[in-house]
Design a binder for this molecule. Structure first.
Ligand SMILES: [Zn+2]
Length: 153
């Protein structure tokens, strides 16, 4: 897990001397303070809203301290944006991994040189045939009227 501050992005979980433990310097900080007098305290929030996931942002301990020391510099809207950006980023990363995992091994394994050469040749031939076909006036007319049909639909 990384700190949600885009200018920081510190890793918040690291290794520990004991193999079964990890060291975390991450904090689920409040976007709007948990109690009156805290940074960005919102009197209109219910107790449930204050302790909800939506009101928390994952930060390293330094950034968690910073945002509470200077609430003018770190308003609610900014912290919510950090959170949304991080959510989108991790969603994107997950998507990439999921797609990569879904591709069968046979597709990702490297084709041999001969296979690649054959594929290239087939692609070139296909392209050439298509171009040659469009170069005849009849083919061009047919293509034009097809486009017009699509446009006037
Ligand atoms: Zn940080």
């Amino acid at each position: 897990m990384l700190c949600s501050n885009p200018e920081c992005r510190q890793h918040t979980v690291g290794s520990h001397e004991s193999k079964d433990k990890s060291t975390s310097i991450g904090i689920g900080a409040h976007i709007e303070a948990a109690s009156q007098g805290g940074a960005r305290y919102n009197a209109n929030q219910s107790a449930a809203e204050r302790s909800s996931f939506d009101n928390a942002i994952w930060l390293c301990s330094i950034c968690a301290t910073l945002i509470d020391k200077d609430e003018k510099k770190f308003p609610v809207a900014l912290l919510q944006k950090w959170k949304t950006d991080v959510d989108n980023e991790s969603a994107d990363r997950l998507k990439v991994r999921t797609v990569a995992a879904a591709v069968p091994k046979s597709v990702t394994s490297k084709p041999s040189l001969a296979e690649r050469a054959a594929a290239n040749k087939a692609m070139r031939e296909k392209e050439l045939t298509r171009n040659a076909f469009l170069r005849t006036p009849e083919a061009l007319d047919a293509a034009r009227s097809q486009v017009e049909r699509i446009i006037t639909k």
